[in-house]
Design a protein around this ligand. Structure first.
Ligand SMILES: [Zn+2]
Length: 319
């Protein structure tokens, strides 16, 4: 994908284009911002643009260099990432150090993209710091992270920081409808549920997420039995997802009660039921339920027994 085809990241893209235009693009960059909003895509497009045989301010996506990078087959463009949220160990950075000092095989600029850079170990961070202090000419190191606070301050200080923002929800809703032919209600739900994260919305786009979320709401909220009887509770992450859905439901009731426009409702497909539920809950009920949902998600993340978490939550909702 070229810069011109990437949605919603005009700010950072224009900065990068300016650097390319002024030929002052080199060294270390840090792309920060929420997950799933296109940081890695922009990094890859940058790698393509600086190496594109058409040599402009955007990738052509047709030349052999662009194609190789798109297929992760370019010998001078490396993406370093830890497997499944593991650490990025020093071996990766040692390899980078070796590679970066070699003459490029075919590229104009060697590019190293380190995804989820907050997973670098202390040892790896220190090794990387040495490289960032004096990066070889015609090399580019791009760190990507949605958790900047976990990165070493010394690493951050060696990088030019580019901040990426989530898309506006209404903007994402339009893109989903127009560019991905997503049905109206689904596009609305996805844009709001994913909080403007394009990647998250696309991940759920082809799943029957409307049916799934409505099943969760039906079996839990509307039955008022406070149970997940019809749902699988084997997988901790999945249960955490149930709580995220429940949060959208109670958040909607809250927002209706405070009189926000109905277009802001996440579960717009069920607004009639939401309106009916409004009188059942006081603001303090809703506050209690919403904070209990946050606590439940936190507890699940801290490995608390799933059944116990559900039991605790049930006792709140059944009041
Ligand atoms: Zn090209």
């Amino acid at each position: 994908m070229s810069f011109s085809a990437i949605k919603g990241q005009i700010g950072p893209i224009n900065i990068l284009k300016k650097y390319i235009e002024q030929s002052c693009l080199a060294g270390g960059y840090l792309f920060t911002g929420p997950q799933g909003i296109g940081k890695k895509l922009v990094a890859k497009t940058l790698a393509k643009t600086v190496n594109c045989l058409e040599a402009g301010l955007d990738s052509c996506d047709a030349c052999i260099s662009c194609k190789k990078i798109d297929n992760n087959q370019h010998p001078d463009v490396h993406i370093i990432e830890a497997e499944e949220a593991c650490e990025i160990k020093i071996e990766y950075i040692r390899q980078l150090q070796k590679e970066i000092n070699l003459k490029p095989y075919e590229a104009k600029v060697k590019v190293f993209i380190i995804d989820d850079a907050h997973n670098l170990t202390a040892e790896a961070s220190n090794a990387l710091l040495k490289i960032l202090e004096e990066p070889p000419k015609n090399s580019l190191i791009i760190l990507i992270s949605d958790k900047q606070a976990l990165l070493f301050k010394t690493i951050i200080s060696r990088c030019k920081i580019l901040k990426f923002a989530a898309l506006k929800r209404a903007e994402l809703e339009i893109i989903l409808k127009e560019d991905y032919s997503v049905e109206k209600n689904l596009a609305h739900f996805l844009a709001y549920f994913s909080e403007g994260s394009f990647g998250t919305a696309l991940k759920f786009k082809d799943r029957d997420i409307m049916r799934e979320k409505n099943k969760i709401i039906d079996s839990f909220v509307l039955s008022r039995k406070g149970g997940f009887e019809n749902l699988s509770i084997q997988n901790r992450e999945e249960v955490s997802g149930y709580f995220n859905i429940l949060a959208t439901w109670f958040r909607d009731i809250y927002l209706i009660k405070v009189g926000l426009p109905h277009s802001e409702i996440i579960n717009f497909d069920r607004r009639d039921e939401l309106l009916r539920s409004m009188s059942e809950f006081s603001f303090s009920d809703l506050n209690e339920i919403l904070s209990s949902i946050s606590e439940s998600i936190l507890s699940l993340g801290q490995n608390m027994n799933v059944k116990l978490v559900l039991h605790n939550f049930s006792s709140i909702i059944q009041h």
